[in-house]
Design a protein around this ligand. Structure first.
Ligand SMILES: [Zn+2]
Length: 339
């Protein structure tokens, strides 16, 4: 099959289109002939060796949708010809935490395209438990684009206990996870505000239903409280030190902050008295379990949550798609159409 492989991890220019053996599904696995995949910043990080693939050649790509064209032994839940979307959150499926449903806590936890070969190829092999029926009522491009970002946002919001009527502040709108957090938060009935350094990105978020937006580089805790007369019940963060103090100060007493990334650096300071007097909760979050993926798939399939796609590139034009993602200018997912 044809695949965009990494034979080294020296950055995005390391992606090379070449022929590789078509993978065969083992017991409990299915092979998907991909119709659409989508990029995530994870793919850029992997191409830069952060983290380095376990072995070369490596196929990146976490998101995708397509048709099952082969199944391994013991697969009873799906059949050849089924159209499916891939859940890229992989675990052993057999340990106690997996059986209890908490797959991100599995000791063998991995992400499709990071630790194992992913979707930037004609075919991908995944465990049968890692595919869900493609939602009807959305396009193939949308179905192939939502996986990692929307699943990650879903888990963050669930873990904060967000309820209808809550004030949700999404810090650093523009990335895939933060955009998804805005849209899922709105579908859950929250009153959603955003921050960004970009006036355009704030305007776009308001077009998509946000109640307002503030400059990430300013005192957005004060701005939010002035605009609303109160702070946020929930803050979604992925920026880290550059916005941390403002994010914490944006919270009402009893508020929850969930963080899934730290693009501005690894360390922050916390005022411990402020933390306990205000009875705040700080929640680290990464990826998602099967129930969270199913829930976000249902929200998308029902039309309650739109999948925002920035652009669609042909498979052969992957380097252009990577450049689009790396530019930071995209407004939504960058998708790849597989012939
Ligand atoms: Zn496990």
């Amino acid at each position: 099959m044809r695949a965009w492989v990494l034979n080294e991890a020296n950055g995005p220019e390391s992606f090379t289109l070449q022929e590789v053996p078509t993978p065969e599904p083992g017991p409990g696995e299915v092979r998907i002939r991909l119709e659409v995949s989508a990029l995530n910043h994870l793919d850029l990080w992997v191409s830069r060796g952060m983290p380095a693939p376990h072995e070369f050649p490596h196929i990146a790509g976490a998101d995708g949708t397509g048709v099952i064209d082969a199944i391994g032994a013991e697969v009873t839940t799906v059949a050849v010809g089924d159209t499916m979307t891939i859940n890229p959150s992989m675990s052993c499926g057999q340990c106690q935490v997996c059986l209890a449903g908490s797959t991100p806590f599995c000791r063998s936890y991995s992400i499709l395209g990071e630790h194992s070969n992913g979707t930037l190829a004609e075919f991908a092999v995944v465990p049968a438990r890692n595919v869900v029926a493609r939602p009807s009522g959305i396009t193939t491009v949308e179905a192939g684009s939502y996986g990692l970002a929307y699943g990650t946002a879903m888990r963050m919001l669930r873990r904060t206990g967000l309820e209808s009527g809550d004030v949700l502040l999404v810090v650093g709108i523009g990335g895939g996870v933060s955009a998804a957090a805005q849209l899922i938060g709105q579908a859950m009935g929250a009153n959603v505000f955003v921050t960004s350094r970009s006036v355009d990105k704030i305007a776009r978020a308001i077009e998509m239903g946000a109640a307002g937006g503030f400059d990430s580089g300013g005192e957005f805790a004060r701005d939010l409280k002035r605009a609303l007369g109160r702070g946020a019940d929930v803050v979604i963060e992925n920026v880290g030190p550059a916005t941390w103090n403002q994010s914490i100060r944006s919270l009402e007493a009893g508020g929850r902050l969930a963080i899934c990334g730290s693009t501005s650096g690894p360390k922050v300071e916390i005022s411990v008295p402020y933390l306990f007097f205000k009875q705040l909760e700080i929640i680290g979050s990464t990826m998602f379990d099967h129930a969270e993926f199913d829930r976000v798939t249902r929200l998308i399939g029902s039309g309650a949550v739109p999948v925002v796609v920035d652009s669609v590139y042909e498979f052969e034009d992957l380097p252009d798609a990577i450049a689009r993602l790396d530019s930071g200018d995209q407004r939504g997912k960058v998708a790849i159409r597989h012939g």
